[in-house]
Write a protein that binds this ligand. Structure first.
Ligand code: FES
Length: 123
């Protein structure tokens, strides 16, 4: 049975507003020695971004013996020139491995980039 015309209510057009989209959070990495500026998503792994952009992190020995980014070998050392505050905190492995190194040194495979940083490879 059809409803009577009087039962029908005019439908108001709903105005649907999309919630504001979060801005893309990006980070930038300046590889000082190589003269390369790389844009990455916030939280990107420093070692992976270096490899993706053909930035060589390893010395000869490190090329042969590195752990593949598992935080075991300590061969992916970089010196942070600027933006240390934009990297994730040092991991326990870094604290052990870099105990006798300057505070500006990080292991690239353990560092996540959350903003602008400048790093020097093979310090
Ligand atoms: S690649 Fe081995 S500790 Fe970073």
């Amino acid at each position: 049975m059809q409803p009577a015309d009087t039962d029908l209510q005019p439908v108001e057009e709903a105005v649907v507003q999309e919630p504001p989209k979060p801005a893309f959070q990006s980070a930038s990495i300046n590889f000082v020695k190589e003269g390369k500026e790389v844009v990455a998503a916030q939280g990107a792994n420093l070692r992976i971004k270096a490899i993706e952009n053909q930035v060589d992190l390893y010395t000869f020995g490190g090329k042969l013996m590195n752990c593949g980014g598992n935080g075991q070998c300590g061969t992916c050392i970089v010196e942070v020139i600027e933006g240390m505050e934009n990297l994730s905190p040092r991991t326990a492995f870094e604290e052990r491995k870099l105990k006798k190194k300057p505070a500006s040194y990080r292991l690239a495979c353990q560092a996540l980039v959350n903003g602008a940083v400048s790093v020097k490879t093979k310090p």
